[in-house]
Write a protein that binds this ligand. Structure first.
Ligand SMILES: C[S@@+](CC[C@H](N)C(=O)[O-])C[C@H]1O[C@@H](n2cnc3c(N)ncnc32)[C@H](O)[C@@H]1O
Length: 218
């Protein structure tokens, strides 16, 4: 399997989305923020790596909590928005394609977090092996992603293109729950927590919007 999809197709779409990512109605984006902020505070106190930081919705929240924060994203215009957020002066932002070796050393981080990104990346094995490489022993890899059940309902990242006024989808790949679990297992990470995240937790029969998974590096 190749590590890359069509070069820059996703980044180009997010460059366009960047103008309206923070302002258009987006229940997936909003639930992700709630889920991230509900994690144990200790998870984000050390040296944190944010994968696919986008416009910095989570970066702004992580920055004052982390000892250091490295935020990577492939879209120049999403990153530009993130850099404009308040309180992120100490954050190191780097434009980087996550399908290429990450620009940080072995065992350099305590936590890596990846939110609403992996539907755009076909080869999960590379992501998980890089996560293992950059984490310190005992380090955590947290992901919060569009739930595979919703993907099976035909849902994927989309927005109203501000130029054309039409709905634009962004290239995405289906990942089953087992794909995440096996990629992590193959990389040698140990599952610590799993959560199916619904808009209304009392609606047990509703399809979860997000899946949140936490692994530890032994
Ligand atoms: C839906 S946004 C999520 C942004 C942010 N994590 C959040 O929760 O709001 C997905 C982000 O992933 C980035 N992304 C997707 N594929 C990527 C890749 N291969 N390398 C780097 N960034 C990528 C996009 O540029 C975009 O900013």
């Amino acid at each position: 399997m190749t590590k890359k999809t069509t070069p820059d197709e996703v980044a180009t779409a997010y460059d366009v989305w960047s103008d309206v990512y923070d302002t258009q109605r987006n229940a997936t984006r909003d639930l992700d923020a709630i889920i991230l902020q509900a994690q144990a505070p200790s998870l984000f106190r050390g040296d944190v790596l944010e994968l696919g930081c986008g416009t910095g919705k989570n970066t702004e929240w992580l920055a004052p909590r982390a000892r250091s924060l490295l935020a990577l994203d492939g879209s120049e215009k999403m990153l530009k928005r993130a850099r404009e957020r308040p309180g992120v002066q100490q954050v190191r932002f780097v434009q980087h394609d996550l399908r290429e070796p990450w620009p940080t050393g072995d065992a350099s981080h305590d936590t890596a977090t990846c939110n609403l990104v992996l539907e755009h990346i076909e080869d999960l094995s590379f992501i998980f092996s890089e996560a293992r490489r950059v984490l310190r022993p005992g380090g955590a890899f947290f992901i919060c992603e569009l739930h595979p059940f919703r993907q099976l309902q035909g849902k994927q990242a989309h927005f109203v293109n501000p130029e054309s006024g039409t709905v634009q989808t962004v290239r995405s790949h289906l990942h089953d729950v087992s794909d995440y679990l096996n990629a992590a297992l193959d990389a040698g990470l140990v599952l610590a927590r799993a959560q199916d995240c619904r808009d209304d937790e009392t609606e047990r029969m509703s399809v979860p919007r997000l899946i949140a998974l936490l692994w530890r590096k032994p």
